[in-house]
Design a protein around this ligand. Sequence first.
Ligand code: NAD
Length: 315
Amino acid sequence: MQINTILVTGGCGFIASHFLRMLLRETTYEVINLDALTYAGNPENCADFATNPRYRFVKDSITNAKVVNELVSEVDGVINFAAESHVDNSIKNPGVFVETNVLGTQILLDAARKNGIKRFLQVSTDEVYGDTSIDSAEKFTEHSELKPSSPYSASKAAADMLCLAAFRTFDQPVCISRCSNNYGTHQLPEKLMPLTITRALKSEKIPVYGDGKNIRDWIHVADHCDALLKILEKGKAGEIYNVGADNEVSNLTIVKTLLKLVGKSEDLIEFVADRPGHDKRYAIDSTKIQTQLGWQPTHTDFTKELEETVNFYRK
Ligand code: NAD
C-alpha cells in the first residue's frame, strides 16, 4: 500500500498539530489539514510549518460533505482527529458532539469509500471503554466491552462503530486507534495539565474534581503520534489498536507535581463538586500494537517531560 498524500482533519488542535509536524519532518507525504477552527483550533499550533510546500490548510468542517469529498478526492489516506474533545462541554451541550464526532466521521467515511481511499485511520480514545474502580488491576484490551460514560465518549464509540461497519459492509480499509490521556505542549488550557500550569503561573486557584483520586493513564503526545504513524502505514484493515504508556497517576498527584514544578504552594488547590458521571480509572493494555506493529513509548521520563511541558506554558 503506497500512500503519498494524506488528509489530516482537526490539524490545528493539540494532538494533530504534533502529528502534522512529525509527518512533515519524518516522511515525504503531502498533507492537507482540514480544520473548522472551532474554539479549540489554534492556527498558531501550525505556525512553524505553515509555509512548508508539502502542507496546505483548508478552513472548513468535516460535516461539509461537498468540501470533504473534494479534498478526499485529492488524497490516498485520511486520518480523522477532528472532534469536540472536552468531556465537560459534552455534559453541557451533547448535540454538537454527535454532529462533529458521529456525523462528521460518517461524512468522511462516505467520501473515503467514493474515492477509493487506501487507508482511513480513526483517532479514537480509551474513554470508549468507560472506567474501572480505582483499586482494580484490570486494563482495557481491544476486546473490552464498550461502556462510554459521557456524551463525549459515547459519540467517539458511535464513530468507532461506524468505522467498523464500513470495514465489514464495504470492505473499507479502516483502522481505529484508542489512546489514553495525552500530555505535552500546545494543549488548550481547558484540560487538566495546561489548566493547572497556566493557573498556577498566575497564582490562581486550581479546581480539582471530587477528591482528586481519579486515575488517568498518561502518555506523551509524541508517543501517541508515533503510534498513529505506525498504524497508518502498517496497521491491518478492520483492526483496533490500543495505545498507552502504562503510566497511571491520580489527578491530585498530577496537580501537586505540576505545582511543585511551577514553584507554587498546594494551598492553590480547591476541591470542587465532582463532574457528573466522572470516570474513576482508565488503564490501557497496549500489548497488541507493541507486538504486532513494533511500537514502544519512548518519552517515559515523566518528570522530565512534565518539566518541558511546564516550560512551554511559561513561555
Ligand atoms: P482538540 O480539541 O485539541 O482539537 C480538536 C481540533 O478539531 C480543533 O483544531 C478543532 O478546531 C477541530 N474541529 C472541531 N470540530 C471540527 C469540525 N467539525 N471540522 C473540522 N475540524 C474540527 O483535540 P485533541 O485533544 O487534540 O484530540 C484530537 C483527537 O484525539 C480527538 O478525536 C480526540 O477524541 C482524540 N483523543 C484525544 C486524547 C487526549 O488526551 N487529548 C486522547 C485520545 C484520543
